[in-house]
Design a protein around this ligand. Structure first.
Ligand SMILES: [Fe+2]
Ligand SMILES: [Fe+2]
Length: 193
């Protein structure tokens, strides 16, 4: 495992990270949730490290300047993403540049906001944890109930989370990315709907 990933699992972020204190708290809560789920699934120690690292690394560039983040993204199509979601692909490309070769982790970081049809179990868990981490709850929030069903009802819960996340985009009258649509279709197919 790449040393950057091992350090990230301990909450030690690379020196190029761009995430302020409140953001780091969010990252820690996502990492804690990811660890809890990985342990509940009886994953081995190496997997627990990867799941925790994903929690920390997903927002490692969240507070970066969008115009700079855009220049860091190799894939031209992804440079068109709206400012608030550029940090995923930018961080993924930077991690690859650093020599991180874990393609499932890289894809999870890149698409933790908009989803992607090829997200694996780790990537779907990250997409879910980013939304369900307890720091984002408000009183009466259905998130607490969804959290209780994780990780054993992950296939159902991720659909609820995607419904909420994609629903916000629809409510705002914004267009959906083709990755998000394919992600949604893949989730419902996986659940046999
Ligand atoms: Fe994010
Ligand atoms: Fe996040």
């Amino acid at each position: 495992m790449h040393p950057l990933v091992v350090r990230a699992a301990k909450g030690e972020l690379p020196e190029w990270s761009c995430a302020g204190a409140p953001r780091r708290e969010h990252m820690r809560r996502v990492a804690d949730l990811m660890e809890h789920w990985a342990r509940s699934l009886d994953l081995d120690a190496g997997e627990v490290v990867r799941w925790r690292a994903a929690g920390y690394l997903h927002d490692v560039l969240r507070d970066g300047d969008p115009s700079e983040l855009r220049t860091m993204i190799a894939d031209e199509e992804l440079r068109d993403l709206p400012d608030p979601v550029l940090h995923g692909p930018a961080a993924a490309d930077r991690l690859e540049e650093e020599g991180v070769g874990d393609s499932e982790l890289i894809l999870a970081v890149a698409f933790h906001t908009i989803g992607h049809p090829r997200l694996g179990r780790l990537g779907r868990a990250l997409y879910t944890a980013d939304f369900l981490e307890p720091g984002r709850d408000f009183p009466g929030d259905p998130r607490a109930e969804l959290r209780k069903r994780m990780p054993h009802a992950a296939e159902e819960v991720v659909i609820e989370v995607a419904r909420a996340r994609i629903g916000r985009t629809l409510d705002a009258g914004r267009s959906l990315r083709r990755e998000s649509v394919a992600f949604w279709n893949g989730l419902v197919a996986l659940a046999g709907r």
